[in-house]
Design a protein around this ligand. Structure first.
Ligand SMILES: Cc1ncc(COP(=O)(O)O)c(C=O)c1O
Length: 461
């Protein structure tokens, strides 16, 4: 171990690390492109040489090479349950966007601010001294606001004290649900492509992941395949509607089919609904509102997408008391409580009039049109997106080998960032033709990105 005493500190000189290329960023230590040539994303050993630039840059000085003494760098260490995961694709893409001055239509965070009345409520709460630890499962006012909003949205009346747990973003709600309700070896069904925290968190819980692929153009649920995968050994189905990255929304028929299977095999549902207020083409349906489903469902949500405040990380899990017990036990030992003043502001946000939500949808519909029309004009096949602020396209008309190569080209030669979708599959081969763009950017940014793509990529048909 390198000591960090002041004398040894002076001798240590940080090495200038050569920046890795995009391809290297997504490669394992043998230089094999992630999931493309290798076919599988699973990498048995991640050695120091295969870590991403971001990880290397984040190393404290004392952990870097002492070149004056010619000592070897210490290999990074990580528990086995996490060693196959790399720096998230969003971190990698955002760093590359900065490096190449590219317009970032990759990571899903707005480049505009959240509403003034919510920010004011946070400032007021801080000034009013609401700055000490909150009650573990949420400040009472937010628990009530979540319950009220859920009743307006679904018609379900829930007890804010016994059935709502406030968490640090939906990411923590997902983690608390999985860690609180899943035992090692339990089977959990997910729909690929899926949000990247699902696989990592299920791995931390020791779950057995069963993946069902939603395929373009409609990304419909293959009900017969689902029937063959859901058995008495299944503990839970982890689903997401409206769905990141495809924009698919689960239809009532699909939700009913899932419900029947859950009832038949006594399966739980964890339903991630963070984009519920970004539903454009159809009404959002919470699976918890279907007959018999509330008792077996944990509904997960957060403030970030709906109020353009992704950095606040206020989320929640709604579930009947017998499931809430497990969620709260995990939450108690993950974070215990979430930022107090932000919870007070979140309560104010959730009491926004309906006109707020209507305006949000109207604004996003206009942004979506700019991006979708632009992508189509450039020559992409754009798949229909009913909800979220994402669209998925087929990049193959441009002749690139795969989604990673395409995104590399797009950043370096065109100056636009998109996300390769292969990272959202257990078998990355399944996503190699698809890339995801986001339209959670101001209209000028979206227009500029379209102009860049038209200038550099317009297909001569
Ligand atoms: C499907 C999905 N679930 C959960 C999250 C995380 O939400 P939060 O920022 O509230 O943790 C995201 C964020 O992108 C998401 O896309």
């Amino acid at each position: 171990m390198l000591h960090s005493s002041s004398s040894s500190h002076k001798m240590l000189r940080p090495q200038l690390l050569k920046p890795l290329t995009f391809t290297q960023l997504l490669s394992n230590n043998k230089g094999v492109k992630l999931g493309i040539s290798a076919g599988k994303r699973r990498i048995p050993q991640i050695m120091a040489s295969s870590i991403s630039t971001t990880q290397q840059q984040q190393q404290p000085v004392s952990a870097q090479v002492d070149s004056s003494q010619n000592s070897a760098p210490r290999p990074l260490q990580i528990a086995k349950r996490l060693e196959k995961f790399k720096t998230t694709i969003f971190t990698q893409m955002s760093s590359l966007a900065i490096k190449h001055g590219a317009i970032n239509l990759g990571q899903g965070f707005p480049n505009f601010d959240g509403p003034e009345f919510v920010k004011e409520a946070a400032i007021e709460a801080i000034r009013a001294g609401k700055n000490q630890y909150a009650r573990g499962y949420g400040v009472p006012d937010l628990n009530s606001a979540v319950a009220d909003r859920f009743r307006l949205d679904t018609g379900l009346v829930v007890d804010p004290e016994k059935e709502v747990t406030v968490t640090s973003g939906c990411t923590e709600a997902i983690a608390a649900t999985i860690l609180g309700l899943i035992n090692p070896g339990d089977e959990v069904v997910v729909f690929a492509p899926f949000y990247d925290s699902y696989e990592a968190t299920l791995s931390m819980a020791g779950a057995k992941i069963k993946s069902i692929t939603l395929k373009p153009p409609n990304f419909s649920v293959p009900i017969d395949e689902l029937k063959s995968v859901v058995t008495k050994d299944t503990r839970a189905i982890l689903m997401n509607t409206p769905h990141n990255p495809t924009g698919k929304m689960f239809t009532r028929e699909e939700l009913e089919a899932i419900s029947l299977l859950c009832a038949e095999h006594d399966v739980l549902v964890f339903s991630d609904e963070v984009y519920d207020k970004l539903a454009f083409e159809m009404d959002h349906v919470s699976i918890a509102s279907l007959p018999g489903m509330y008792e077996r469902t944990v509904t997960l949500n957060s403030l970030g997408k709906t109020f353009s405040l992704t950095g606040w990380k206020i989320g929640w899990a709604i579930a009947p008391p017998h499931l809430t017990w497990g969620v709260r036990q995990a939450h108690a030992f993950l974070t215990f409580a979430t930022s107090t003043p932000m919870q007070h502001a979140a309560a104010a946000a959730l009491r926004a009039p309906e006109s707020y939500y209507e305006e949000l949808r109207r604004d996003y519909a206009a942004k979506k049109k700019i991006l979708v029309d632009g992508l189509e004009a450039v020559g992409f096949t754009v798949f229909p997106s009913s909800g979220t602020y994402f669209v998925v396209v087929d990049h193959t008309p441009f002749g690139m080998e795969n989604d990673v190569a395409f995104c590399e080209h797009l950043i370096k030669e065109v100056g636009v960032v998109a996300i390769p979708t292969s990272v959202f599959y257990l078998n990355p081969e399944e996503g190699k033709n698809l890339v995801r763009f986001t339209f959670c950017k101001d209209e000028e940014t979206l227009r500029s990105a379209v102009v860049r793509m038209k200038e550099k990529m317009l297909m001569k048909k």
